[in-house]
Structure formats: C-alpha cells, structure tokens
Design a protein around this ligand. Structure first.
Ligand code: ZN
Length: 80
C-alpha cells in the first residue's frame, strides 16, 4: 500500500476509532500509523477536540469562551 493510501485509510478510520467501532487489530494499526505520521495525528487530534467540544456544549446554552480558546490553542500546537 502506498503511503498516501495508508493515510487516507487512517483518516477515514479515525472517526470509527473515536466511535469505538474498530477491532483491536485496527486500533493497533491506526496507533502505529499515528505515531509515525504527523498529518494523520493532526486529523486525530482535531476529531478528538471537536468531540470534546460537542460533548461539553451539550445541555448548555453555548460553548464557553475559555474552551474555545483552548481548542484554538491545541490546533495551533499541531500546526494548523
Ligand atoms: Zn498518515
């Protein structure tokens, strides 16, 4: 498999990963790739940050300013 193909597949699976829909073998594969690939790690971090944001803003009237800043910061840290 080419590197680009592997990245595409990893990014696609990141969503399923966060949903807990992957087998142990798939989680293993993704974990290995994320450790070696900054691009995919970035995708993973964004998806994680978005989920935290969505989860925390559920049942409240809006997203607190401090959380907004925190997400912006973490996106900055991974170079986006
Ligand atoms: Zn990758």
């Amino acid at each position: 498999m080419s590197e680009i193909e592997e990245c595409r597949r990893t990014v696609e699976r990141v969503y399923a990963f966060h949903d807990g829909e992957l087998s142990a073998a798939e989680v293993d594969q993704i974990g290995t790739h994320l450790l070696a690939c900054q691009n995919c790690l970035g995708e993973y971090e964004i998806e994680k940050a978005m989920r935290v944001l969505i989860k925390r803003s559920c049942g409240t009237s809006g997203v607190p300013e401090s959380l907004h800043l925190k997400i912006k910061e973490s996106l900055g840290e991974i170079g986006l």
